[in-house]
Design a binder for this molecule. Structure first.
Ligand code: PLP
Length: 378
């Protein structure tokens, strides 16, 4: 979330520099008119920051999921297993590929419950798509072990967990592919934008082709005479987004660190038994951009939501955008939305409050919020 809070002179200078150096907004060609290939440079910057070998910038997080699934070969008749606490984009991408979403329920991390995963695998399962919701990684060791046993690729949706870690590695870099979003509400923003992290050479080739009308980009041949390797689409990122992304990426370590301080201040104050904290896998370090707490008592919960509004924090997704984050609400999509796992996820989510960790409030503000929330139950 805080990326947009830090947009300033650096982003403005980067955009002006792009204009001054030739104003090429397209990621390919126009070599004589340009000094940089900013989209390609942003990919290299991400690989250096994340410690991964390959990444592809695309036009959104939604596009990133679709590109990853298409590159894996997800198509008509296939199934993709994902989770009920999610964002609608994951289901849209699966359905847009012609496949069917199969929905696992949530564990105490609120993410995909590995204990429910294996029973959902069929001979149609083409990919597993765990989602690191609101900054906390799913239990990836368990999920990846099951996936490996069945030889099914894992696409990590880390759109809401940019900067989080698992087993000491950045979330999004552990599966065969991982995806980030840089929309305006994410940890860092390019306005709209996304990244596909690529850990498999075949998936990488297909992802590059699919996001760019199938272009093979044969070396030494202009794009006009190039050939298509597959039926593709246009999910390219523009240079405008990339120059902003290069600046925002430089702020990510600061954002994660500062968010962590605020998150810790809030967490320390919340001790009353009325508040049940979200489980964080021992292997995980969150991105810290959202603090989720379960409040089972309806009255305390109502007061807590009121207090968050009064103190100028508000809530984030739970409960204010529940319809976009729980699969039970997506019966326009043509899959069974009312399985016991999804209904259980709904019941779990209805008890949660998600608090945005914003850099516009100080560490002391978050401590004061924690105290005030805690005070509601005594
Ligand atoms: C978990 C998750 N996946 C995917 C997306 C889609 O990203 P975008 O908005 O960049 O298309 C989002 C965006 O909110 C998200 O939260």
């Amino acid at each position: 979330m805080p990326g947009f809070e830090l947009i300033g002179q650096e982003e403005r200078d980067a955009l002006n520099a792009l204009m001054d150096e030739g104003g090429v907004f397209f990621a390919h060609g126009f070599d004589a008119k340009r000094k940089h290939f900013h989209v390609r440079e942003l990919e290299a910057d991400f690989c250096a920051y994340l410690g991964c070998d390959d990444a592809l910038c695309v036009s959104s997080g939604t596009a990133a999921i679709k590109v990853a699934l298409k590159a894996i070969g997800v198509g008509h008749g296939d199934e993709v297993i994902t989770q009920g606490f999610n964002f609608i984009a994951d289901f849209e991408a699966i359905i847009d590929c012609g496949a069917t979403p199969v929905v696992a329920g949530s564990d105490d991390t609120l993410n995909m419950d590995p204990a429910q995963l294996e029973a959902l695998i069929t001979d149609k399962t083409k990919a597993i798509l765990p989602v690191h919701m609101l900054g906390v990684p799913a239990r990836l060791n368990e999920i990846m072990a099951i996936a490996k046993r069945h030889n099914i690729p894992v696409v990590e949706d880390a759109c809401e967990a940019v900067g989080a870690k698992y087993n000491g590695q950045f979330a999004g870099t552990l599966g065969q592919a991982g995806v980030f979003s840089f929309d305006y509400g994410k940890a860092i923003t390019t306005g709209e934008g996304g990244l596909v992290i690529l850990n498999d050479a075949d998936i990488a080739v297909k992802a590059r082709q699919y996001h760019d009308h199938g272009h093979i980009n044969l070396p030494g041949i202009g794009r006009g005479l190039d050939r298509a390797g597959m039926v593709g689409f246009n999910y390219r990122m523009s240079e405008l987004n990339a120059v902003v992304g290069k600046v925002q990426l430089k702020k990510l370590a600061f954002i994660t660190e500062q968010s962590g301080k605020r998150y810790a201040a809030l967490d320390q104050q919340i001790t009353a038994p009325a508040f049940k904290k979200r489980a964080i896998p021992t292997e995980a370090t969150p991105a810290y951009d959202t603090y989720i707490v379960e409040v089972g008592d309806a009255q305390i919960r109502e007061h807590a939501i009121q207090l968050l509004g009064d103190m100028g924090f508000g809530t984030k997704n739970l409960p204010d955008a529940m319809n976009w984050h729980c699969s039970v609400y997506w019966d326009h999509m043509g899959f069974d939305t009312r399985t016991p796992a999804q209904l259980a996820t709904l019941a779990l989510l209805e008890r949660q409050i998600a608090i945005p960790v914003t850099l516009g409030k100080s560490v002391a503000d978050f401590a004061a919020l924690g105290q005030a929330l805690n005070g509601l139950s005594v």
